[in-house]
Design a protein around this ligand. Structure first.
Ligand code: M6R
Length: 608
């Protein structure tokens, strides 16, 4: 969480830094700050609240002169959102300024040590210890001080640092928190994520753990912990700046919902050649695929929901047992991982702390890890044995939509590909599944066409206190995602239940008028679902049914029905989730909420 930027070059720094921060606000938005190297000293400006407060205070950065600086947008971990706790943090003389993304786990003991040495603290943050530690070890040589500090810090950090007596230089380091470096003729940049610098450059360097960056207007140097200079190759980012803008939509979330047909198409089409799925990216031989005995699927939040849905698809198609875990649980449960198994870690950002830890745990136990990742060059992409990129483009809205859909598509590809190699499915079924897969983008587009009805219905239930989602099999996975989407942006309490489980307790929560969304797309479970829906209806629930065209008997039970096109039952989550995303979006809009930046959340959860 938190976004950091840095710039040194030939232009005025503050407007560039503010522009970069505006693209990172999804990572945290409770306070923001800038440190700019002025003519004589480092000038620090901080503000509580959204970035626009800082923009107003500084006349969009124009009030701050200087061509070198660092900036930060915060998601509070240590200490409440306030001006004092906002970054940058400085040493007492204000000659060193630091912005930080991550958590310093041993900050308390470091703080006590520094207080004994006479240092005074202003804020409640863990970051302030870094500023004072740098001060303690600084004797005119930044690399020396930075490396001394790095070996004393436990936890995760990406840091941007200014030293007043090294004008025109931005220093940066990272350990387990994301950080990229961008290079352009106008100057050089550091940032937590690519969209922050896309307007200026697509030439990017990925910084590895424990590497140090020293940036000047026309030069970038990289060092290891031994202060030896290291060479790095740059990467050209395919995303363009426009993809990270709202493009006429009121919110990023709506734009991203509408980008789903293209995102799914972009994820599927490079991997389907002449009707055949080609997945050389997995780096697995046919022999290895045939030998697979178990698949572990791991993620957090929506990525975890993809795992839940994908389990049904992968097990049915490949006949390989699939275990699904929350990354935050997997990392600490000392899992017993079978030989000849595959761990699949799913993550949009590729920087989720728990997912990275789960990946490391799997690798420590000698199991092959495949990452399904959206952000090119992210930590999971680099640390996994192989990576299957989802080509969703930059996802800015905190609530994921297009990344979720592309992750599902990636799982379908793997399922069908493995099933073919393991000879679990006939050639006819293989052809049918591949053909149907290629029709998914167009079918998602059709579902999007039904938005007005969903908007009307969302307005009707926007004042709800509780909303339940129920489903069986794949529809249970879809229900979980629909429920998360709703609660994270509308703040309405919501739960998803496996429909068969309701009568074991939860049904006691059903009262007159409460909205229950029944997802029923699976032909073999349709009648069972109708029975469960009747059970809640007879306890007073108002029912929204979500099913495929043709299942018109749904209207005998549901008060309001939404239909999605028919597809192979393996793929229905991809269609059924769309109305649920739209429903969540329009409920949040009707409640007047900030859809793209819901309270207490951040897009990329880089802390435990
Ligand atoms: O970047 P990741 O896919 O690893 O993120 C995982 C979750 O934090 C994420 O899916 C979260 O649940 C979303 N806000 C849900 O919309």
């Amino acid at each position: 969480m938190c976004g950091i930027v840095g710039y040194t070059g030939h232009e005025q720094a503050a407007p560039i830094l503010l522009d970069g921060l505006s693209k990172l606000e999804y990572r945290g938005y409770d306070s923001a700050g800038l440190a700019i190297e002025g003519k004589e000293n480092i000038e620090v400006v901080k503000a509580k609240g959204r970035l626009r407060v800082l923009e107003e205070m500084t006349d969009n950065g124009n009030a701050l002169s200087g061509t070198c600086g660092i900036g930060h947008t915060r998601w509070a971990t240590h200490g409440v959102p306030s001006v004092v706790n906002a970054h940058p943090h400085c040493n007492k003389k204000k000659t060193i300024a630091v912005v930080h993304n991550g958590i310093i786990e041993n900050y308390q003991s470091l703080k006590e040590h520094l207080i004994k040495k006479g240092y005074e603290f202003e804020s409640e943050t863990d970051t302030e210890v870094i500023a004072h530690l740098l001060d303690r070890y600084y004797e005119g040589e930044p690399l020396e001080a930075i490396t001394k500090v790095m070996v004393r810090l436990n936890g995760s950090y990406a840091l941007g640092i200014l030293f007043e007596d090294h004008p025109g230089k931005v220093f940066a380091v990272r350990k387990d928190s994301p950080m990229i470096v961008g290079s352009a003729p106008e100057g050089n940049f550091i940032a937590s994520d690519v969209p922050a610098i896309l307007k200026y450059t697509r030439t990017v360097y990925f910084v590895n753990n424990m590497e140090i960056v020293c940036m000047e207007a026309d030069n970038i140097s990289f060092y290891n912990l031994d202060k030896e200079q290291i060479e790095k190759e740059s990467t050209t980012i395919a995303w363009d700046a426009e993809a990270a803008e709202k493009g006429g939509y009121e919110h990023f979330m709506l734009k991203e919902i509408y980008e789903q047909p293209k995102a799914v198409q972009d994820t599927l089409s490079p991997r389907i050649k002449d009707g055949q799925i080609v997945l050389e990216e997995l780096g697995m031989t046919e022999e290895e695929i045939k030998k697979l005995r178990r698949i572990y699927m791991i993620g957090c939040g929506s990525a975890y929901h993809v795992c839940i849905s994908a389990r049904y698809v992968l097990e049915k198609l490949t006949k390989i047992p699939v275990e699904v875990d929350l990354a935050s649980e997997f990392r600490y449960r000392d899992p017993i991982l079978e030989e000849n198994s595959l761990v699949i870690v799913i993550s949009q950002s590729g920087e989720t702390a728990d997912s990275i830890a789960a990946l490391k745990e799997a690798k420590r136990k000698g199991v092959r890890v495949l990452g399904i990742v959206n952000v090119v060059g992210s930590s999971i992409a680099r640390e996994a044995d192989s990576v299957l990129y989802t080509w969703a483009g930059p996802e800015i809205s905190v609530a994921t939509t297009k990344a979720y859909s592309t992750q599902l598509a990636a799982c379908y590809l793997i399922g069908i590909y493995f099933a073919k190699i393991r000879q679990n499915i006939s050639d006819e079924l293989y052809e049918k599944l591949v053909e149907e897969l290629t029709k998914l983008p167009e079918k998602i587009q059709r579902v999007l066409g039904d938005k007005e009805r969903i908007q009307w219905f969302a307005n009707k239930f926007a004042a709800s206190k509780d909303i339940f989602f129920i489903g069986r099999g794949l529809d249970y996975g879809t229900s979980m995602e629909g429920s998360l989407k709703l609660k994270e942006i509308s703040y309405i309490h919501s739960e998803a239940y496996a429909a068969g489980e309701l009568k074991h307790g939860t049904i006691s929560l059903i009262e007159k008028g409460i909205l229950v969304v029944g997802v029923a797309t699976q032909p073999e479970l349709y009648e069972k679902m109708i029975s469960n829906m009747v059970e809640v209806k007879s306890r007073g629930a108002f029912l929204m049914g979500l099913t495929t065209y043709g299942n018109y008997s749904m209207e005998d039970t549901a008060n309001f029905t939404v239909y999605v096109p028919k597809t192979e039952s393996y793929f229905t989550t991809s269609l059924a989730v769309i109305p649920l995303q739209l429903f969540a979006y329009y409920v949040a809009i009707a409640r007047g909420l900030d859809v793209d930046k819901p309270r207490n959340l951040a897009k990329s959860v880089t802390v435990e």
